[in-house]
Design a binder for this molecule. Structure first.
Ligand SMILES: *Cc1c(COP(=O)(O)O)cnc(C)c1O
Length: 378
């Protein structure tokens, strides 16, 4: 089946009691058992819920995976993946990773004896030389936030597998519509379903998918044991969201291409970060590895005051954290999404005070361009 067909039908079946075409919101915490030790597959809603199960099957189909496990947030999904490791194990991570992932690693999990090595995963040799006999997991985010650097998933997966290291990819930025890391060799994919999968900025959620039954069993155990599960209403919202994922992603991508070109020619823009333009360092890789460039564009407008001017004078773009919704958002990574990353480290990555990140929505692109054009007049 094609992607759009899978998005609408994948893992979905009419509800058996009433024939409801859309999966209902099973708003219950527990289920009647037919007799001692006899139940219908559902005992308690932390462990299993039909609305959640429908979402898990749907996203698994979209990512070409056999198992999907949903979580209450992207962070709890990432945390569950990290739980595959124990005391003394090392995890190699993309250095320019989502700020919350950095915080989880450095401020929470390090205290439990996990070790983290942050490397530039766009550099294969750097990835290879960071592996030690204790490395258990390579955690890659690609494209990265907010600088949109692209890691070669196939190459780093091959290097990791030759050392027996598992590979997890945070695929939030491109969504399964544009990129399927499992097909490129990764073992695990995580998403913040808060972003493109749900796509309407009205819930927070996460998901882990894999084809590895052993990994799936461990992740499912953590889901139930730790208990960071999504409620049925949020699962229902995400499931409604994935049905239009293809339509939305096409529009996000088309609008972002248009705006990136406009910004690349704008005199107020000092530097543009967008994998769809030829001067991006991994443009060829991005074209080969994914079917589109996504909806995120970052620009450096040359200092905090200029960034402030842009952020405070836009009218259609909304100044807010997050991304991937139908509406266009604008944010200031240095003080917003990446405030938890130490200043030194931020500077080294290139997250300057003049950097502004756009999450390009699905509005009419002429209106978006006009808004940016006006805001870039200093
Ligand atoms: C938002 C985001 C997360 C965290 O997800 P939450 O749903 O906010 O917990 C992780 N990775 C990436 C790339 C994100 O954009």
């Amino acid at each position: 089946m094609g992607f759009s067909t899978d998005a609408v039908h994948g893992g979905q079946e009419a509800e058996p009691v009433t024939g409801a075409v859309m999966t209902p919101i099973f708003q219950t915490s527990t289920y009647k058992q037919d007799g001692l030790g006899r139940h219908r597959g559902y005992e308690y809603a932390r462990t299993n819920n039909p609305t959640r199960a429908a979402l898990e099957r749907n996203i698994a189909v979209l990512e070409k995976a056999s198992h999907g496990v949903a979580f209450a947030s992207g962070m709890s999904a990432i945390s569950a993946v990290m739980h595959l490791c124990g005391e003394g194990d090392e995890i190699v991570i993309t250095e320019n990773v989502y700020g919350g992932t950095y915080r989880l690693a450095e401020r929470v999990l390090r205290r439990y004896g996990l070790r983290f090595t942050f490397v530039d995963t766009t550099n294969l040799a750097a990835v290879e030389s960071s592996f030690t006999s204790r490395t258990k997991l390579l955690f890659v985010e690609t494209p990265t936030n907010p600088l949109l650097r692209v890691t070669d998933i196939h190459a780093v997966s091959a290097a990791a597998h030759s050392r027996g290291v598992l590979v997890a990819v945070d695929n939030t930025f491109l969504s399964p519509y544009f990129q399927n890391p499992l097909e490129l060799g990764a073992d695990i994919v995580v998403h913040s379903s808060t972003k493109y999968l749900n796509g309407h900025s009205d819930m927070v959620g996460g998901v882990v998918v894999t084809n590895d039954s052993d990994v799936a069993e461990k992740i499912r155990f953590v889901q139930n044991a730790v208990g960071a599960v999504p409620g049925p209403f949020d699962c229902w919202l995400a499931l409604r969201g994935t049905k239009t994922l293809a339509l939305r992603m096409r529009q996000h991508d088309a609008n972002a291409r248009h705006l990136a070109l406009f910004l690349s020619r704008h005199p107020a823009v000092e530097k543009l970060y967008y994998p769809g333009l030829e001067d991006h360092p991994e443009h060829e890789l991005a074209k080969r590895q994914a079917r589109g460039f996504g909806g995120i564009v970052s620009v450096d407008v040359g200092g905090l005051e200029r960034a402030r001017h842009v952020l405070e004078s836009v009218r259609l773009f909304t100044l807010a954290e997050s991304l991937g919704g139908v509406e266009s958002l604008i944010c200031h990574p240095a003080t917003m999404t990446h405030a938890s990353v130490p200043e030194e480290f931020r500077k080294r990555l290139g997250i300057t005070d003049g950097l502004v990140r756009l999450s390009v929505g699905i509005e009419d692109v002429e209106d978006l361009e006009a808004d940016l054009s006006r805001s870039l007049e200093f």
